[in-house]
Write a protein that binds this ligand. Structure first.
Ligand SMILES: Nc1ncnc2c1ncn2[C@@H]1O[C@H](COP(=O)(O)OP(=O)(O)OP(=O)(O)O)[C@@H](O)[C@H]1O
Length: 229
């Protein structure tokens, strides 16, 4: 589903590579944690998957297509297949919860009847039934992240990318968010999540890919946050 072949990339004006000769293969339906110190390259990895960044060397394949060579006009179609969730939620503050989720479908031209049917369904899936008319600032951080996940998932993407989705949440709330991401993964969606949250990684026992200074130093199935011999 996601394949990195000898991927290296350096940001303009930097002399150190953000990623260096990375080889990773993520199968459809996998759940992968990306771990590593701040600046190790996790966000850069995720940005390459949605073609927000491009490699200087090597190839990135998503769903069988080499996306760094893809024509720009095809990039929106690629991004439609990938839901994204961030630490800071990124909700539209002047839209209600339901409108935030609906907006993701409006911008891709889905018919109103479809939107009217799937938005309440998705809000229920993420545990926000009855809260569609609230404004984002009337919700807790955990609830706001559920809205962001609903928005990312409402179009049933093949891949869900999450960059520190529990970074602003307390441990109990984080567990709820992880249960939700796990449920989404069980529907067949491939999930790649960058995190510093050792407790969560140790609890979930999913595949762990560790980056250090832009290189993969560990790739472990049913892994833990810190390496154990
Ligand atoms: N827009 C940018 N311009 C220049 N250098 C950048 C840019 N974004 C990241 N970098 C550099 O690339 C390297 C990898 O950064 P990246 O953000 O991918 O790390 P990260 O593992 O996600 O860190 P964090 O855990 O702090 O989010 C770092 O050395 C960083 O300083």
């Amino acid at each position: 589903m996601i394949r990195f072949e000898n991927v290296s990339t350096t940001y303009p004006g930097q002399n150190r590579a953000a990623l260096s000769n990375v080889n990773v293969d993520v199968e459809k339906g996998e759940f992968v944690f990306l771990v590593g110190a701040s600046g190790s390259g996790k966000s850069t990895f995720l940005r390459l998957v949605i073609r927000e960044a491009r490699p200087n060397d090597g190839r990135v394949y998503v769903a069988g297509k080499e996306i760094n060579r893809m024509a720009s006009w095809k990039v929106p179609a690629l991004r439609r297949k990938i839901g994204t969730v961030f630490q800071d939620f990124r909700l539209l503050p002047n839209k209600t919860v339901a409108e935030n989720v609906a907006f993701a479908l409006q911008v891709i031209g889905k018919p109103r009847s479809h939107i009217a049917a799937v938005v309440p369904e998705t809000l229920e899936l993420v545990g926000l039934e009855g809260k569609g008319d609230r404004m984002p600032d009337e919700l807790s951080g955990g609830e706001q992240q559920r809205v962001a996940i609903a928005r990312a998932f409402v179009n049933r993407p093949m891949i869900l990318i999450a960059d520190e989705p529990t970074g602003n949440l307390d441990p109990t709330t984080s567990v709820g968010i992880m249960k939700l991401l796990d449920r989404i993964n069980r529907t067949g969606t491939t999930v790649v999540m960058a995190t510093h949250d050792a407790g969560i990684v140790d609890q979930m026992r999913k595949r762990v890919i560790e980056l250090s200074d832009g290189t993969v130093v560990r790739d472990q199935s049913r892994g833990v946050y810190g390496f154990q011999h």
